[in-house]
Design a protein around this ligand. Sequence first.
Ligand code: GLY
Length: 262
Amino acid sequence: MEENQMIVVTHGGAGSKNEYADGTLVAAERGMDSLRVGESVLDSVCFAVEVLEDDSRYNAGVGSAKRSDGSIIMDAACMDSANQFGAIAGMEGFKNPIWVARKVCGEEFRLLAGDGAGQFAKEHGFEPLQADEHRPADSGTSDTVGAVAFDGEKFSASLSTGGTGKSHPGRIGDVPLIGCGLYAGPYGAVAATGHGESIAMNLTAYRSYEMLKRGTKPQIVLKTVLGWFDDAVDIGLILVSRKGHAGGSNRTMAWSVATGEK
Ligand code: GLY
């Protein structure tokens, strides 16, 4: 990819219907618009994920799945190749958790969980999720939304999820764990989706990034990584490096790309 080329890639989660790619395209274009006006590459993936959190067809934000006790618990994270990282885990009651994670990037801590994350969001004036706004995504949608971006110089990745529906209260998946659900470094960015425990136990995002760093093309990395997982395990990935981009899943997965020039 040329230094003057910019790209944002988004996904609607492993198991999201392919026809929901209209929403992932709007999200990718939103991220690209932000790059065009000079916002940071980290903000661009947060703007992209915000669009997906506001679209109830995906399991994040207003579309978050309910846990086994009926609670609505969200995880989100973002990272860039300048070593900025922020995440929230098990946070309840806010509409756009990705921006709370983004806010954490500027703090002396990297991950906030549970009531403390909610308190932080409240202190910083984030918009609560009203009960009448919550519309859990349909059963065809299973997982995390995400974005990766390249602004011609730096890379970034972001994820947001309502988690696995019916999971144990307090269960946290791969999303807020650095190197598991997402990773960004000077050689590329990766955002995963699917079964959180399997993604975490494989250090999926970091090991994918290491392949990008060795110069492996994103399409080959994608194929290799999908091969790590048993067919019964939901897994999807989007990646970008200077050699291009890729996206795919062993399930249906809405995903989209927006490109631009600097
Ligand atoms: N991949 C999201 C989760 O398992 O929580």
